[in-house]
Design a protein around this ligand. Structure first.
Ligand code: HEC
Ligand code: HEC
Length: 295
């Protein structure tokens, strides 16, 4: 065999391995059925609230504003992304989804067809949710009244295609922090709410030029469009007690007597103010204790 042919076959084997690594479908082990038990639906309703899904997926017309019919346009430097209709309508929503489709979407950022979602859908944060929590959310979503509402495709620049997100996902994986396990159940719960379900870092953690969160500066504040997002890391919360944080999550009232503004208002209204006392305490404990312990 000539040297050239050997080189070419080595290159093609490597390319095939890299393509497989990038595009291989996630392995998912769940049954096909989404539960319709009242208990699961109730639990899912709470998780959908705690997960902030409503802030993005709430319907944008007068008739749909109380539903998850979507339509909000999220403007980013990579284009405008529209939150889809996640009511169980079969033609314009997720009516035909199976349990595994919910795991694939929320934990892996992949469409039922295997295609890639754009990360304006915060699936990176949701990737560490438990399968049980995702399936409870699925039970709640499937129990909703279907709404027929066609949502526009994302308005992305011509060079940005869905398949490119394969590479983005791998880079984002590499930058992810250890999911530290504390020897305190309340801190673990707080970390799960802050980093995963409540996705506080999606706004509060700065990103690099590719839009990948820089976890070495977790919660160090960021800029989102022209909105300044305050840091909520150790240094910046030195003066806050757990009780201050609790009141903030419930009412948006800061220790200095000011009310918070901007997008954080939405987060307080639709998400943190509706948490159980235990979950609010866990978040407060995480941000005040984990931080003061030096991360
Ligand atoms: C920051 C805004 C935002 C939040 C918060 C959010 N989503 Fe989304 N979601 C999106 C966007 C944008 C897309 C579409 C991404 C794309 O076009 O690739 C999406 C896509 C989806 C899809 C796929 C729908 C389809 O038709 O393919 C599902 C299901 C979904 N989200 C469920 C949820 C759930 C459940 C939550 C809460 C745990 C949630 N989302 C929180 C913005 C958001
Ligand atoms: C959609 C983006 C977004 C998400 C998600 C988000 N925040 Fe915020 N947050 C903001 C913005 C914007 C501000 C600044 C608002 C202002 O200008 O008053 C803020 C302010 C704050 C402040 C006040 C900081 C200070 O020193 O004044 C705290 C504390 C805070 N957020 C905690 C959280 C926690 C905890 C979570 C997760 C449960 C969270 N945020 C999720 C956007 C977000």
């Amino acid at each position: 065999m000539s040297k050239k042919i050997v080189t070419l076959s080595v290159i093609s084997v490597f390319s095939a391995i890299i393509l497989l690594w990038l595009f291989y479908p996630p392995i998912i082990n769940v049954s096909d059925e989404v539960s319709s038990s009242d208990e699961e639906i109730e639990k899912g309703k709470y998780l959908v609230t705690a997960g902030g899904c409503i802030s993005c997926h709430r319907g944008q017309t007068e008739l749909t504003s109380e539903t998850l019919a979507g339509g909000l346009g999220i403007e980013t430097e990579f284009g405008t992304f529209y939150a889809p209709n996640i009511t169980p309508d079969t033609s314009t929503g997720i009516g035909s989804w199976k349990a595994e489709d919910f795991i694939r979407a929320l934990k892996h950022g992949r469409q039922p067809s295997g295609g890639f979602y754009y990360p304006s859908f915060p699936y990176r944060a949701y990737s560490k949710l438990s399968d049980e929590d995702v399936l409870s959310m699925a039970a709640y979503l499937m129990s909703q009244e279907p709404v027929s509402m066609q949502i526009p495709d994302p308005g992305t620049p011509i060079w940005l295609a869905r398949w490119m997100i394969a590479g983005w996902n791998k880079l984002a994986d590499l930058s992810e922090p250890f999911n530290e396990i504390y020897d305190d159940a309340q801190l673990n719960r707080g970390a799960y709410l802050a980093r995963n379900l409540g996705h506080c870092g999606e706004c509060h953690t700065p990103r690099n030029g590719l839009g990948i969160p820089d976890y070495s500066r977790e919660f160090a504040g960021a800029e989102l469009g022209d909105e300044i997002i305050e840091p909520i890391d150790a240094d910046s919360l030195k003066e806050w007690t757990a009780n201050n944080f609790d009141i903030f999550l419930l009412l948006g009232l800061k220790p200095d007597g000011e009310f918070v503004g901007g997008d954080m208002n939405e987060v307080i209204e639709h998400n943190t103010s509706k948490l159980t006392d235990e979950d609010r305490d866990a978040l407060a404990a995480f941000f005040t204790r984990y931080n003061s312990a030096g991360g």
